[in-house]
Design a protein around this ligand. Structure first.
Ligand SMILES: [Zn+2]
Ligand SMILES: [Zn+2]
Length: 367
């Protein structure tokens, strides 16, 4: 266990957080409960989870040069513990979630409602303004007035936990692809975000929704979220073409972050159709865009995880009133003290795992 230099327990409470301490190395670090800066909120975690992006941060991205550890976790639900003087619209004790990719609230992109493409903070999009530290007892939310959202009483903890990334990113993939009434949609890979996109395509009024997935439990979940057909990854583009009378789909969503799925998505898209790429290509330095007949007169759009209070409020409404049973994605539940096991299980895609709810142990914050 790492003790952070120069700090000790405060008032019998500490902040224990899972952190990357080296390439692929996850350990607990301990420090004091953070004190919020003027624009920040400190949130006590009540529920969190592991994400595919966490695996990329842990294994694929380099350590930050300025620190010996990187606090992990960007999807968290909790209770406001303390607020900076400038934070408006929230009170201590509020049940909240935070944007996974946060914005300053003041730049032109933020003012347009696109906090995830903040021009002030997002120099490395989605990385330099990624929320960090949710896999711990307390986490800090920058620019909290615009990046936090209060969870309505009618929305469960499990529904709320899935809002800031799985629903936001999944819906963004479908929205950016321009999925409209009756569109045919193919979603390549049914991990949590792919499943989010499948459910989003259905909710946005798609016609035929084709899910591409080889793991039986994920295929079943895709059907439960509104996929009409599930096909395996082998020759998927060809199968999609067959299923759409040879034309290809109106929108193909890439939700894995691999060269093969990107190429297959492009090939499966009809003339004048759109490829919406949402997977994180963390292990790739570049993408090869095949320029066969499936290339010309297509649109390619890419997507990050939109944040901001307004976005989150809208998605709470989707979680509450939409027809999908989103908490089904939380297939496993473990105490936060076993997050290392959760990482392993999630990475291995074993035991039908889709999302793992991590609950802080009763004594997690005791020193
Ligand atoms: Zn995530
Ligand atoms: Zn901004």
């Amino acid at each position: 266990m790492h003790e952070r230099a120069g700090v000790g327990p405060v008032g019998g409470k500490v902040n224990q957080t899972w952190a990357k301490v080296g390439q692929g190395k996850l350990e607990l670090v301990r420090g004091p409960i953070p004190t919020p800066g003027p624009d920040e909120a400190v949130v006590r975690t009540t529920l969190t989870t592991v994400c595919g992006s966490d695996l990329h941060f842990l294994h694929d991205y380099p350590m930050p040069r300025s620190a010996d550890h990187l606090l992990m976790g960007h999807e968290g639900l909790g209770v406001v513990e303390a607020l900076g003087d400038h934070v408006r619209g929230f009170a201590e004790g509020d049940r909240v979630v935070a944007s996974c990719v946060f914005g300053c609230g003041h730049c032109t992109n933020c003012l347009a409602g696109h906090l995830h493409t903040c021009l002030t903070l997002g120099r490395i999009p989605g990385v330099s303004n990624a929320l960090m530290g949710c896999q711990g007892g307390y986490f800090v939310v920058p620019y909290a007035s615009v990046n936090l959202a209060r969870v309505p009483d009618t929305v469960s903890d499990e529904q709320a936990l899935l809002v800031p990334d799985i629903l936001s990113t999944g819906f963004a993939a479908a929205e950016r692809g321009g999925v409209g009434t009756g569109d045919s949609v193919a979603v390549f890979a049914q991990g949590p975000v792919g499943l989010g996109a499948t459910g989003a395509a259905r909710a946005l009024g798609a016609g035929l929704v084709i899910a591409v997935e080889g793991i039986p439990e994920r295929a079943e979940m895709a059907r439960a979220l509104g996929a009409n057909v599930v096909i395996g990854p082998e020759n998927a583009a060809e199968r999609v073409r067959e299923l759409t009378g040879g034309r290809g789909v109106d929108v193909a969503i890439e939700a894995l972050g691999r060269q093969e799925t990107f190429a297959a998505a492009l090939e499966a898209t009809r003339l004048d159709g759109t490829v919406s790429s949402v997977g994180i290509y963390a292990t790739h330095r570049s993408l090869d865009v095949p320029v066969g007949l499936g290339f010309y007169q297509r649109r390619i759009v890419t997507t990050l995880c939109p944040g901001g209070g307004d976005r989150l409020r809208r998605l709470f409404a989707v979680a509450e009133h939409g027809s999908a049973d989103w908490p089904r994605l939380l297939t496993h539940r473990l105490p936060l003290s076993r997050a290392d096991e959760a990482y392993e299980l999630f990475a291995a895609r074993r035991d039908g795992v889709i999302k793992i709810a991590l609950v802080p142990d009763d004594d997690w914050n005791d020193s």
